[in-house]
Design a protein around this ligand. Structure first.
Ligand SMILES: [Zn+2]
Length: 405
């Protein structure tokens, strides 16, 4: 006797072994026991099974719960005032001179207590959960000192323990050079490697590490030093690479068997080949592309040609991607980058799971995986990518339980 049996539904399993677009099973059924999917198939195939609760869904579509595999969701303050100032004519230099930009987020994040950080970040998490997210990655990177990076990741762990959502945490110590290290960058890289990384791993606060490899971020050599140290501690790596220029970060990340390289507007074919050989995921971030009014799109055709899996994420952050809607990213991935609706949905389910190393746990509707599901009142899966500003699913099921936040 199962706990639940969902019936009278169509299922976009996103499982390629089903052999249909979206891994679709029409007139399907899903059996759930102890928070996991025990069986999925056509209704007639599950006819002999019984459950304590049999729930007809009135022809709705069920997808895997959405996975947002790249966010900077925990930070202090926000930059709405700067956004306003820019639209009123202020330049980036004027704003930076007045203490704005990323420095202002670093200041606010450092000044906030753990409780304040949790309280300020929770509404953003709730918005994404209402949009259908059941797994989310959260990076540090606005603390940029030992105490504040630890505090940021602790805040992410507090959110994970208090909300019905899976949270993967990532230490992004090499995000930006903190202002007090402006004239001595080697000292900051040393602090990240010798102090921040050990402090974070001592409390098991990070599931992976990340860095920002860019002219305005950190050099490939600095990233390599940081990755080498993380690798020795057994942590998987990810990399912000090739967003504004091509520093060959994707190939560098591939040498460390990275989970993913993210952004990738400027990656070349050698970089894509290296990613394919290392079985990395290309994480595409159309929200930042849109907010920065970028014009160079990531090379989608190269990813397709070399069979590099593509994920799509919100990049939720206060500066370049204040995005709180996962379905808007499904639409942007299609309209701005040219993904098909099936590629876009795979990007926020199956491939996003792989970008977090969680592909055995979530990302498709398959027997054995966690029962993280979203129930949508739509007529076909492509509708998720069609609407601009689609509200969240009708129901959100996390580990077998109906739950919002
Ligand atoms: Zn990012």
């Amino acid at each position: 006797m199962w706990d639940r049996l969902l019936v009278d539904c169509n299922i976009a399993t996103m499982d390629p072994s089903i052999g249909a677009p979206f891994g679709a099973i029409e007139n399907g059924a899903i059996g759930i026991q102890d928070g996991r999917i025990v069986r999925v198939g056509r209704r007639v195939e599950l006819a002999g099974y019984q459950a304590r609760k049999v729930e007809p869904l009135g022809g709705a579509w069920v997808t895997p719960g959405l996975i947002d595999c790249h966010t900077h969701l925990v930070f202090g303050g926000n930059r709405a005032a700067e956004h306003e100032q820019r639209l009123e004519g202020a330049t980036y230099e004027e704003i930076a001179r007045a203490g704005g930009g990323i420095v202002s987020t670093v200041r606010a994040t450092r000044a906030a207590s753990l409780e304040q950080l949790v309280d300020e970040s929770r509404p953003r998490l709730s918005a994404l959960m209402r949009g259908g997210v059941t797994t989310i990655e959260i990076k540090s990177g606005y603390g940029l000192d030992i105490e504040s990076e630890v505090k940021t990741l602790r805040a992410a762990r507090v959110l994970a323990a208090s909300e019905p959502v899976r949270i993967a945490t990532t230490l992004l110590a090499l995000h930006a050079l903190p202002p007090e290290y402006r004239e001595r960058r080697e000292d900051y890289v040393r602090l990240a490697i010798n102090s921040i990384l050990p402090a974070v791993t001592a409390e098991d606060l990070a599931d992976a590490v990340d860095a920002y490899c860019e002219g305005i971020g950190f050099t490939p050599e600095e990233v390599e030093q940081f990755f080498t140290a993380a690798d020795e501690l057994g942590l998987r790596v990810k990399l912000h690479a090739e967003q504004l220029s091509n520093l060959h970060g994707a190939a560098l990340a591939a040498r460390f068997h990275a989970l993913s390289a993210d952004h990738l507007e400027h990656v070349d074919e050698d970089g894509v080949r290296a990613m394919a050989a290392a079985d990395m995921v290309a994480v595409l971030l159309p929200g930042a592309f849109h907010a920065l009014k970028e014009t160079k799109r990531p090379p989608i055709d190269l990813f397709r040609r070399h069979n590099v899996a593509m994920a799509v994420a919100t990049d939720c952050n206060p500066g370049t991607s204040p995005v709180l809607s996962p379905s808007l990213m499904l639409n942007f991935a299609c309209t701005l980058f040219g993904l098909t609706p099936e590629e876009a949905l795979a990007g926020m389910t199956r491939n996003a799971a792989a970008a977090l190393g969680l592909q055995d746990e979530v990302g498709t509707i398959s027997a054995g995986k966690a029962a993280d599901l979203a129930v949508w009142r739509i007529s076909r899966p492509a509708e998720l990518c069609y609407w601009i500003g689609l509200p969240g699913p009708e129901r959100r099921i996390f580990a077998g339980q109906d739950s919002w936040s």
